[in-house]
Ligand binder design. Structure first.
Ligand SMILES: Nc1nc2c(c(=O)[nH]1)N[C@H]1C(S)=C(S)[C@@H](COP(=O)(O)O)O[C@H]1N2
Ligand SMILES: [Mo]
Length: 240
């Protein structure tokens, strides 16, 4: 099986600072030792309470990848509450909006031009099955950094083309292995598995991993409608 490199290729710190509007600091501090750089950057954003800046500069711990040989191509069952929506990948657009300084919309081609990464993780469904899967796509944290969330933004809502909806905490959304993926097991993502774009992360249960995502909205509050399954009684955090 041909798989892309499993190594993590995230945006460089410098590039993320540029994208997130903090590049002025980078210019001023360009020649400084990295410890001083960190000091000043952190002081600038004090007091920090899991702000986007802190989450960008202090990525959370990585979950170890499974080897590619552990992938279980047959084990990932299709689980869709309402069938597979029809989406033309050529016309598909992802919108990122809400409590951000820079709302934007990207086509699939544009998303695929962004730095991508790949991981081999376990998908766990509360209905009693699990599967080791390789996912490839864009770190959600890069999209969030591009949108430059407003201070106080703490939640991330995901709207799907089938009417499914989800909400995550910002910290989990900024985990380096929380990805918006367009590839599964080395192949383009299939429509049943959420193409053109779905969430994938080793830190959350299967129902948190929205398929067919069309809109990502940053919010300061968690609204009464939290998620399709959550609103029917499932736990909201859904951590693994
Ligand atoms: N849009 C949407 N996303 C969804 C679902 C869904 O019904 N609609 N089901 C969830 C559940 S319960 C699981 S376990 C996974 C299953 O992903 P898969 O069908 O690719 O195996 O998708 C999640 N994301
Ligand atoms: Mo699930």
């Amino acid at each position: 099986m041909e798989l892309p490199s499993v190594s993590d290729r995230f945006l460089s710190r410098r590039r993320l600072l540029q994208l997130s509007g903090l590049s002025g600091l980078g210019l001023v501090l360009g020649g400084c030792a990295s410890t001083l750089y960190d000091d000043v950057v952190f002081k600038t954003f004090e007091p920090i309470n899991q702000s986007v800046e802190e989450l960008l500069l202090n990525p959370q711990k990585l979950i170890p990848n499974f080897p590619v040989s552990a992938i279980e191509p047959e084990a990932l069952l299709i689980n869709s509450f309402q069938g597979t929506p029809k989406i033309d990948p050529q016309a598909y657009l992802l919108t990122v909006n809400g409590d951000v300084n820079h709302s934007f919309t990207l086509s699939l081609a544009e998303l695929q031009k962004m730095p991508s990464t790949s991981m081999v993780i376990r998908h766990v469904c509360v209905e009693g099955w699990a599967a080791i899967v390789q996912w490839g796509g864009v770190p959600l944290r890069d999209l969030i950094a591009l949108a430059r969330p407003k201070e106080g933004a703490k939640y991330v809502y995901f709207k799907s083309a089938d009417g499914y909806y989800e909400s995550w905490d910002l910290v989990s959304s900024m985990h380096p292995q929380t990805l918006m993926v367009y590839q599964k097991n080395g192949q383009p993502l299939s429509p049943e598995n959420g193409a053109p774009l779905r969430l994938a992360s080793p830190i959350k249960l299967g129902y948190k991993q929205s398929k067919w995502v069309t809109e990502i909205t940053l919010t300061k509050q968690l609204y009464p409608k939290k998620g399709y399954w959550e609103d029917l009684g499932y736990e909201w955090f859904g951590g693994l």
